[in-house]
Ligand binder design. Structure first.
Ligand code: HEM
Length: 168
């Protein structure tokens, strides 16, 4: 019983009195915390993508246009696919499991370049936010967007996400 109590009171990456609050998380270089940051973000983006998937399902419930135009449907479709693949599937295993478990399995203190590891998470999050903003891009991002055909799909944010996914 005493041993159990000692372990739970020892400062660790979750329960460290010197590293509390949001700032200590988003500026951490601890591989376990970065792994968890990826996990929280990926689950959030996954929920957004599932929501877009349900929007499409609702739109396709009956023939013809229900509540979103063909153009918005195409944007929804593109973002759903891009989020699922580049923000969820591709970085999922390397970013979460690679960050959290691999150094522990190797007995290493951390990954080789902890600050670069944190920068990678920041690039991922900023790329993801830009991608999400592309749904509403009629202003700032629009001037950067490369228009393909006439379906209103902004490929620039998609390229940003692909780039951030590759930096994992
Ligand atoms: C891990 C990857 C993916 C997951 C987990 C996923 C999940 C989902 C879910 C839950 C729905 C709602 C389905 C329904 O209620 O019937 C949906 C719909 C849809 N998804 Fe995905 N999706 C993924 C990848 C993709 C990709 C890569 C594309 C295409 C680029 C795509 C295109 C669509 C389309 C067109 C729909 C609407 C079709 C329909 O509901 O009949 N999905 N997806």
């Amino acid at each position: 019983m005493t041993i159990k109590k000692d372990i739970s009171q020892k400062a660790n990456y979750l329960n460290n009195p010197e590293a509390k609050g949001l700032r200590s998380w988003i500026f951490t270089t601890d591989h376990k915390r970065i792994g968890l940051l990826y996990m929280y973000c990926m689950v959030s983006f996954f929920i957004v993508a599932v929501f877009l998937g349900f929007l499409m399902r609702l739109e396709l419930l009956a023939p013809g246009e229900q509540f979103i135009s063909a153009k918005v449907y195409n944007q929804t479709f593109t973002l759903h696919g891009v989020i699922m693949i580049f923000l969820f599937i591709v970085p999922g295993i390397p970013a979460i499991f690679g960050n959290f478990f691999l150094p522990l399995q190797l007995g290493a203190e951390d990954v080789a370049f902890p600050r670069l590891n944190l920068l990678s998470w920041w690039v991922y999050v900023v790329g993801a936010i830009m991608a999400l903003l592309s749904l509403f891009s009629r202003t700032a991002l629009n001037s950067l967007a490369l228009r393909v055909g006439n379906n209103g799909t902004d490929t620039h944010p998609a390229i940003m996400i692909a780039r951030s996914a590759i930096t994992q």
